[in-house]
Ligand binder design. Structure first.
Ligand code: PLP
Length: 461
């Protein structure tokens, strides 16, 4: 029988562990030295300096024995590999999109799509753009516009589908921008908004609005299975449907998708663009050959395509998804039980700490999200990421608008209940001394995507 997280345990793992990787907690002084060397940016830490790595759920999944076996049947032919044939058939079967163009990861898929679909002066609406998606829209001279429902910005609002698009604002934008919107995007789940799902009803309405205006709808389907699982468990009338079936209902409303299979493809590398548009598919393949490689491998080893095909199937398993979302809820329940503020309800792939309520004494210019990332590492060797003013700003600017979160992303099939308890205890210890934590300043930052490489210093230093 499955335990649920209500009795203070996550559901029992629907797998057993066959391979292990040693991890080690450095001593406090070593951690201090590591922070200084890294310029207080967790992206600059070495993985060996990290104990529990919650930096990202992207490309960090544990592959199954079936996937590892799949690597061994890699047919590394340049053209027409049998792994490509299987990959192509799997993705077409899963999504119903007829044209699939493999790419080495999600941002490569975005690069191909936006290079061909968006032009200077155009506008691309989305529930919320992920950082790489935003940059790709901007790179071609178009403007990314986030149109989430207002509840998305309120961490305490229990709305079950905070990833929904505000359809009234979308209708206004489409009516007011004739010829200027090349595509509408929806990010499932909404990563930058807390891993929050969008409902089937909302995707249906967005699809109707886009199509009434003659505009295609594309999905960022990185976390399509988690999104479908939330539809199954939260949307009335969906409980009897399988995740695969729900996924298909969602895909049927769209004209194509970009995918980072490093999430709900359960692989360490891989992605694709999918479309119903034959002409676009032909052009995507031309671009692909220039940037990624021949269309039957798309910048990947063919064995990676095999692992991706298997992973996409495994990600739709309801028992796996029950455990995965249960792990996130378990961590959320521990933290909220101690009064620690998080984005509620918890999303699909991690916990997002609500930094404004965690550090009310640190205003935006003192970079409270970065301060929390540093403290979690300092306290327990736990690596996390800021999703706030630093991630969404450029150069040295710091805005106090929008969400200010720290994400604890849970890698898939990697950590156990005791790891999660350790993480919760680490957060609690920082929470208990929160009033004494100081701010940070930017020492150096590139113009774009600065969170990856910027260097920081404690504000007093
Ligand atoms: C919602 C979303 N879209 C796109 C991407 C980009 O994917 P990748 O990291 O594979 O380039 C990510 C990655 O984290 C993501 O979360």
């Amino acid at each position: 029988m499955h335990r649920s997280s209500n009795d203070e345990h996550p559901p029992v793992e629907p797998y057993r562990i066959k391979v292990v990787e040693a991890i080690r907690l450095l001593g406090r002084e070593e951690r201090e030295r590591a922070l200084v060397r890294a310029g207080f940016n967790a992206f600059n830490l070495l993985s060996e300096e990290v104990y529990i790595d919650l930096l990202t759920d992207s490309g960090t999944s544990a592959m199954s024995d079936r996937q590892w076996a799949g690597l061994m049947v890699g047919d590394e032919s340049y053209a027409g590999s049998r792994n490509y044939i299987r990959f192509d058939a799997t993705v077409r079967g899963l999504t119903g999109f007829p044209y699939i163009v493999p790419a080495h990861q999600g941002r490569a898929a975005e690069h191909l799509l936006f290079t061909l679909m968006a032009r200077p002066g155009q506008v691309v609406p989305n529930n919320m753009h992920f950082d790489t998606t935003r940059s790709h829209v901007q790179r071609v001279g178009a403007k990314p516009v986030d149109l989430p429902i207002p509840e998305a910005y309120d961490c305490s609002d229990p709305h079950p589908f905070k990833g929904n698009v505000d359809t009234r604002r979308l209708a206004d934008l489409l009516d007011g921008s004739p010829g200027k919107v090349p595509l509408v995007m929806m990010t499932l789940t909404n990563n930058t908004g807390g891993g929050q799902p969008a409902s089937l009803e909302n995707v249906r309405e967005v699809s109707r609005l886009a199509h009434d205006h003659g505009i295609p709808l594309y999905l960022d389907m990185c976390r399509w299975a988690e999104n479908a699982y939330f539809i199954r468990t939260r949307e009335p009338g969906m409980a009897e449907r399988s995740v695969r079936e729900i996924g298909r209902m969602v895909f049927d409303l769209a004209d194509g998708a970009t995918m980072s299979a490093k999430k709900d493809g359960l692989v360490n590398i891989g992605g694709f663009v999918a479309t119903r548009d034959a002409k676009l598919a032909a052009r995507l393949k031309e671009e692909l050959i220039i940037y990624e490689g021949f269309p039957t491998y798309g910048g990947l080893a063919r064995r990676d395509l095999e692992a991706m095909a298997i992973g996409l199937e495994e990600a739709a398993d309801e028992r796996y998804l029950e455990h995965r979302t249960g792990q996130v809820r378990f961590l959320a329940d521990l933290l909220t039980g101690w009064g620690i503020p998080i984005m509620n309800p918890p999303g699909g792939h991690g916990i997002y700490l609500d930094v404004r309520r965690f550090f009310p004494h640190l205003e935006a210019r003192r970079l409270p999200g970065q301060a929390l990332v540093v403290e979690l590492y300092r306290e327990g060797g736990v690596r996390t990421v800021e999703v706030g003013a630093i991630m969404f700003g450029d150069g040295n600017e710091v805005s106090d608008e929008g969400l200010e979160l720290v994400r604890l992303a849970i890698p898939r099939r990697v950590y156990t209940e005791s790891h999660l308890r350790y993480v919760a205890e680490t957060v609690r210890r920082v929470w208990e001394r929160r009033a004494s934590v100081g701010g940070f300043r930017i020492v150096e930052a590139p113009e774009h995507m600065r969170h990856f490489t910027a260097r920081f210093a404690p504000e007093a230093a």
